[in-house]
Design a protein around this ligand. Structure first.
Ligand code: IMP
Ligand code: MG
Length: 193
């Protein structure tokens, strides 16, 4: 049998136009749902930052933003035990809070964050995630706004990282071979940057 070219270790999942269109739609939905109010968008550093930056500009309301940074413990950071590295800069009591996530995978991180935020007595609390890897869910998360459902594949780009890199890729790409990405990154992702 002839040997074909080696399969690419990465593949396009969402192009910038698709992402932009969906972010505009979510922004319009939030604008309708929160008419006359001033929701506080709470983003989780660092992965959600690119999404948040586009989302706030798609919302036609007097939105506010705040940030939290967390680290996850356990095997692969997947134990559901989360430590707050940077907390919100102000009280959220009585606020209409929207938790903005890049991706919900097992659901452990969001579940912890929702419990933490709920204890601070916001008026309302909803979840907005760009990506939903629902097939991997361990704990159900009440998602109010969702960008895209994606299959069980590791993705990078549009804020999402692998070992701290690739957040600046404009597309969201799926990685079939993480080792290849760790070794020869520039060449592999070049078509998508
Ligand atoms: P969960 O607690 O399993 O829902 O994990 C959520 C977090 O894991 C996200 O906020 C990301 O930081 C990270 N994560 C999960 N899947 C991916 C992925 O495919 N690419 C990059 N980061 C991911
Ligand atoms: Mg990450």
């Amino acid at each position: 049998m002839q040997e074909g070219p080696a399969p690419s270790p990465v593949g396009l999942v969402l192009d910038p136009e698709k992402i932009r269109g969906r972010v505009e739609e979510i922004g319009a939905e939030i604008t309708r749902d929160y008419a006359g109010r001033s929701p506080l968008l709470v983003a989780v550093l660092k992965g959600s930052v690119v999404f948040l930056a586009d989302l706030v500009r798609a919302i036609d309301l007097a939105v506010k933003v705040d940030f939290m940074a967390i680290s996850s413990y356990g095997p692969g950071g997947r134990s559901g035990v989360v430590r707050i590295l940077k907390d919100l800069s102000a009280s959220i009591e009585g606020e209409d809070v929207i938790l903005v996530e890049d991706i919900i995978d097992t659901g452990l991180t969001s579940t912890y964050l929702l419990a933490t935020l709920r204890a601070r007595q916001p008026k309302t609390l909803e979840v907005c995630t760009l990506l939903d890897k629902s097939v991997r869910r361990i704990i159900e998360v009440p998602i109010r706004y969702k960008g895209f459902d994606i299959p069980d594949e590791f993705v990078v780009g549009y804020g999402l990282d692998y070992q701290g890199r690739y957040r600046n890729i404009r597309s969201i790409i799926g990685v079939k071979d993480l080792d290849a990405l760790a070794e020869d990154s520039e060449g592999i992702v070049a078509p998508y940057v």
